[in-house]
Design a protein around this ligand. Structure first.
Ligand code: BG6
Ligand code: MG
Length: 215
């Protein structure tokens, strides 16, 4: 397999931001008189901001102009960023920290490939600003997952072919993106049973041994 690099999704893999997305979207949906549930929030994993809004508005009979939708995304994001300020290095689990350090000691190149435009801010908040060789995020791409663009960008900036990179994901859209780009895919949580997953994971702690066995 000759793995040289690991490209991590951020939200739901390195740290959990689910509860903040949930609160910010729920507030917006409430103002529009729309329902918003944990189940719908789960469907937004890995999906870009504007695409997420479309899924929330799918249940609404009113139509909105592109400017109104942009204002809704902006409002949600301002609230989301306010909530993200609660995050600190304590939001990086010992397990994630240990796995990242072990992979780096093992000589793997490490990158983030996230649909989120807030990825650099979140990495700073949890004490990982400057840790990764490459951070490819939602502000640098035209098409969000399940399109492979963000992972292809990360691999290119690492100087590695997709076949030399393992993508670690918690979302179906992310697994689809990894496979569409020609990457190896490790799935965490619900994504462990997604079609196409090469390595189902129970925990990030499994990664160093998995990578060492496939170098
Ligand atoms: C992904 C999250 O990482 O980023 C999605 O899983 C989110 O839930 C997407 O919609 C875009 O994030 P942001 O921070 O740019 O709104
Ligand atoms: Mg994710």
């Amino acid at each position: 397999m000759s793995l040289n690099a690991v490209i991590f999704d951020l939200d739901g893999v390195i740290c959990s931001t689910d509860r903040f997305h949930f609160l910010a979207w729920k507030e917006l949906a409430g103002q529009l008189g729309l329902p918003f549930s944990e189940a719908l929030n789960d469907r937004l994993r890995g999906v870009g901001r504007a695409e997420s809004l479309e899924l929330i508005l799918a249940g609404c009979s009113r139509s909105f102009t592109p400017a109104q939708k942009a204002a809704m995304c902006e409002q949600k994001n301002l609230r989301y960023r306010q909530l993200l300020c609660q995050m600190s290095p304590a939001d990086l689990s010992g397990e994630a920290r240990g796995a990242l350090l072990a992979l780096r000691r093992g000589g793997l190149l490490l990158a983030v490939g996230s649909s989120s435009r807030n990825a650099p801010f979140i990495l700073e908040r949890i004490g990982l600003g400057g840790f990764f060789q490459v951070v490819a995020d939602g502000s640098q791409i035209a098409r969000s997952k399940p399109d492979p663009e963000v992972f292809l960008l990360a691999a290119k900036r690492l100087g590695q072919a997709p076949q030399r990179c393992l993508v670690v994901e918690d979302a179906a859209a992310g697994i689809q993106a990894a496979k569409a780009g020609g990457f190896w895919a490790a799935g965490l949580g619900a994504a462990a049973s997604c079609p196409g997953v090469d390595f189902p994971l129970r925990s990030l702690a499994q990664l160093p041994a998995l990578c060492a066995a496939n170098r």
